[in-house]
Write a protein that binds this ligand. Structure first.
Ligand code: SF4
Length: 882
């Protein structure tokens, strides 16, 4: 490590660090306005000048890297004079009233600190607009530091801003003379965050809202770390934390979509519906009512007539308690969560083949990968901070293969895009595998040491050469070969996959077929490689991991292996019967067997595929208890008891993100009214039902410590460590550093993993004369799932309705235009959507999102399920235009 001298004192500093960052870390204040640690050095403002011995003149510390033996002075009178002169130049055109009004802005602090007044000479040109719901523009404050231009390009990769005009008329404006949104702004707010003057500002937080409570974003499973500011019991601003998970970046949901928290229709007292009317009741009455009904049903028909659906928005601690309640208090394994409808196929496939049902590698490997295989995932919309990182890596030279029926944003950057026909993933994987073997692009050493079943697999896959299966996949044979070559040749290559793989009849098998590709090319057990499912909700990985699935206990420990340990710890006899998963619970309810359902933070009626079947199931139940922030569609249509829950801004605990990090959740504001954190609601109901002792926790940390005792892979993850370190499980003891990538020297199952021979099976949802289109579904950048949270924010202005996306050729043939209202019908139901003609979907494929309750896209989706896990086939339903 280099040693340098600063103002006469010796310091040991980081290799290759920028001098300005080193000065900042040492607490030596040097003024600057164009520098941001997230950006490449720029050296434009000339305020951070320092003297370095043996240099002929002052150097900009923001653009100078430290070298061993450097002797630096930051505080000479000559430097002060230079900085003052440069600051005065900046101030000459700057509005003084802005300095007086908002003294906390970085530039204003500098001007005040140096006693320099703004010059009030307005710039010759300044861009003005008031079109964005969150971002205000006051470019008469622009000092041309270009931080907004640079951060949009270097962090988000969006290129919204440009320097327009010349000389005296140079000014920053959205590219091409358009508005921000027209110029492609994705509303990440990075430009606002970096602007040192308030030329770009957050419209809702005119007050200084820096700092705040460090917690985890309430949306997707990237798990961005945020600093949340509050005032008067309300969240007022969210800013990105400088943290390894998100590196000082956020997306529009994490940064801006927090007003749901204080929405007028938030339910803040327990409710019971009597004679069709919701009535406020006390917690004692509500929980007494639920306890009595559970007891009655259990006595009459048995514990297996009751089910619990835990929430993937609840903390690990709360999910742990939910499944403990099911097993210990009710006496049933009927417990599941929304992982069932998204990535249970990934967990099942990875566990079967490699021994651990989770992402193999961490996000920090993105910058180490030389190629990406992005399959059935659209991360720039659904995991935007991760998507931006992949985009940056590709812009810096990594290769990219995209497999998706739609032309998603990242296709613009891809070396090859395979616009696969929905549901043919297994076939395409096999064709790539056949190419790898035929063209000798396999890793022989890895295969010899770590893989079994190669000869059998080779014989099996010979039937699937690209020239043979390409027509069924809807892509060119040569394109399949090119994709295989990129993946095999640019080692290490990282595979990310999404619901485009898993939400199919062959969902689990699709992930197994993908894993074959990683095994054949040696892309496992090292940095920058792996098979990595992109999880949807912030704690969906954690909910399943904590045991909210019928066939495994906390830590994904199979019941048959871990029964005795848990019985001893919980002082109970675990039920002998098999539990039902979410879809089996729906089937059981429809047959009149399941009688009661307790649903935590999950709008199942709107979310589940095949609305008619879901409605029939929920209609048959004698008791539906909903625990949530709002009267969801499920609550309004079917519940008789509503328990008001706290949001993640109102409680403590942990979430598990998509790359296996356990991260802290911290209360920022108190819950409104009588709302309670889920863990306290579960705890109280357990007490009502005679199980106070096993649920007598005084804090989420106490619950977590019980989890750590039962789950060997989490034993080392104490709150004390989580408060200081960024740790991936497995982490078996307090001195273990965590496991950023799995399977380094052996697989969890053993030394070798076996290649899986997966035959292709076509979904019954294929095109016919009566149903000539395939509809596939997904999410948009601005909304989250069924819109329970984002639908109550200004994001609604940015994405106000689900549309039906159709390519121009199909639209022309049907004489349809953008904006037409179009009815789509499947064998299961119908809905009407506004048409959007776009080149994203290929001919014969339609696409829609499913965020709007009123449009209810799940009226149309089918009853087909993954053959191994029951995950619904959201990605493929045959439809016609009505
Ligand atoms: Fe939140 Fe995901 Fe956006 Fe990060 S990428 S801010 S975790 S929604």
């Amino acid at each position: 490590m280099p040693r340098i001298v600063i103002n006469g004192a010796a310091h040991q500093v980081g290799e290759g660090a920028l001098l300005l960052d080193v000065l900042d870390d040492c607490g030596i204040i040097v003024p600057h306005v164009c520098h941001d640690r997230r950006l490449q050095p720029n050296g434009a403002c000339r305020l951070c000048l320092v003297e370095v011995k043996a240099q002929p003149g002052p150097v900009p510390s923001c653009a100078t890297r430290v070298e061993d033996g450097m002797d630096v002075r930051t505080d000479t009178p000559a430097l002060e004079a230079l900085r003052r002169a440069n600051l005065s130049l900046l101030a000459a055109r700057y509005p003084d009233e802005a300095v007086l009004k908002e003294p906390w802005r970085p530039l204003h602090r500098l001007l005040n600190g140096h006693g320099i007044r703004g010059g009030n000479r307005p710039p010759a040109r300044a861009h003005h607009e008031d079109t964005h719901p969150y971002i205000g523009v006051a470019m008469d404050r622009c000092i041309l530091c270009y931080r907004c231009v640079r951060i949009c390009e270097e962090l988000q990769g969006q290129f919204v801003w440009e320097i327009a005009g010349r000389g005296e008329h140079s000014h920053v404006a959205p590219i091409g003379g358009r508005t921000m949104l027209e110029a492609g702004c994705v509303s990440c707010g990075a430009c606002v965050d970096t602007c040192p003057t308030g030329a770009l500002f957050d419209k809702r937080s005119p007050v200084h809202a820096a700092g705040g409570t460090r917690t985890t974003c309430p949306y997707c499973a990237v798990g961005c770390q945020v600093d949340v500011a509050a005032s008067g019991g309300r969240v007022i601003a969210v800013r990105p934390a400088d943290h390894p998970t998100n590196k000082g970046h956020l997306c529009v949901k994490g940064r801006y979509a927090f007003e749901f928290q204080h929405a007028g229709d938030r339910v803040t007292a327990p409710l019971i519906r009597r004679d069709g009317i919701w009535q406020e009741v006390s917690w004692e009455d509500a929980l007494g009512h639920v306890a009595a009904r559970f007891d009655t049903i259990r006595s009459a028909a048995g514990a297996d007539r009751i089910g619990i659906l835990a929430s993937s928005r609840a903390t690990n601690e709360e999910c742990y308690l939910a499944q403990k309640f099911a097993r210990v208090v009710l006496g049933t394994h009927n417990v599941d969560c929304c992982a069932r409808v998204c990535h249970t196929p990934s967990a099942k496939a990875l566990k079967t083949m490699l021994g651990t049902g989770a992402a193999t590698n961490g996000f920090d490997d993105i910058e180490l990968a030389r190629a990406f295989l992005l399959w059935g995932a659209n991360p720039t919309e659904n995991h935007p901070v991760l998507g931006a990182r992949i985009k940056q890596a590709v812009m810096h030279g990594a290769k990219l293969v995209v497999v998706d029926p739609r032309r998603t944003e990242l296709c613009r950057y891809a070396d090859i895009h395979l616009a696969i026909l929905p549901g043919t993933d297994v076939l395409l994987c096999n064709a790539m595998a056949a190419t790898l073997i035929e063209e000798e692009r396999i890793d022989h050493a890895f295969l010899a040491e770590r893989v079994s079943g190669f000869d059998e697999f080779h014989r099996f896959v010979l039937d699937c050469l690209p020239e043979r299966v390409a027509p069924a996949c809807g892509v060119r044979a040569e394109a399949i070969r090119q994709a295989a070559r990129i993946y095999a040749d640019a080692i290490p290559a990282m595979c990310f996959h999404g619901l485009g793989v898993t939400e199919h009849m062959q969902g689990t098998e699709g992930v197994m077929a993908l894993t074959n590709l990683a095994l054949l090319t040696g892309n496992l057990g090292k940095s920058g490689s792996g098979v990595n499912p992109l999880r949807g909700q912030n704690n969906v990985q954690g909910a399943a991991l904590m045991g909210c699935e019928p066939n495994s206990l906390t830590g994904s420990q199979p019941i048959r292996l871990a029964r005795e340990k848990f019985e001893a710890a919980w002082n109970c006899t675990l039920p002998a019967s098999h539990g039902l998963n979410l879809l089996e619970m729906m089937d059981s309810a429809r047959h009149g067997d399941l009688k009661a359902l307790w649903v935590h933070g999950y709008d199942i009626y709107q979310s589940l595929a095949n609305e008619a079947a879901t409605r029939e199931a929920l209609d048959h139940l004698e008791l539906v208890v909903v625990q949530d922030l709002f009267l969801t569609e499920t609550a309004q249509a079917f519940a008789t008891v509503f328990l008001p829950a706290a949001s993640s801004f109102e409680k403590d605990g942990t979430f598990t993100n998509s790359d296996r990090r356990i991260q802290r959740v911290r209360a920022v504001v108190p819950p409104p009214g009588q709302a309670l954190p889920d863990w306290q609601i579960i705890q109280r109901l357990a007490g009502q039902m005679g199980h106070a002792t096993g649920f007598a926790f005084d804090s989420p940390e106490a619950i977590w410590n019980e989890v750590r005792e039962l789950w060997p892979g989490g034993a080392g993850l104490s709150y004390e460590r989580l408060d200081k370190e960024c740790l991936h499980w497995p982490c078996p003891d307090l001195s273990h550093p965590g496991t950023p990538y799995l399977h380094a020297s052996s697989f969890t199952n053993g030394k070798t993993a076996e290649l899986a021979r997966i035959g292709f099976a076509a979904s019954p949802e294929t095109c016919t004369k009566d149903y000539p289109f395939i509809l596939t579904t997904g999410r948009s950048l601005y909304q989250f799932n069924v819109g329970t949270m984002t639908g109550r924010t200004q994001n609604q202005r940015l994405h106000d309705a689900d549309t039906l996306d159709m390519c121009a050729a199909d639209a022309e043939r049907l004489h349809l235009r953008s904006g037409d209202r179009v009815r789509i019908e499947s064998r299961y139901g119908a809905t009407t959507l506004r048409l959007r003609v776009t080149e994203a979907p290929r001919e014969g494929i339609l696409f829609t999102t499913f965020h709007q309750p009123a449009l209810f896209v799940n009226m149309v989706t089918s009853a087909v399920r993954d053959r191994q896990t029951d995950t619904p086939e959201y990605k493929q339903v045959a439809v016609r235009i009505g």
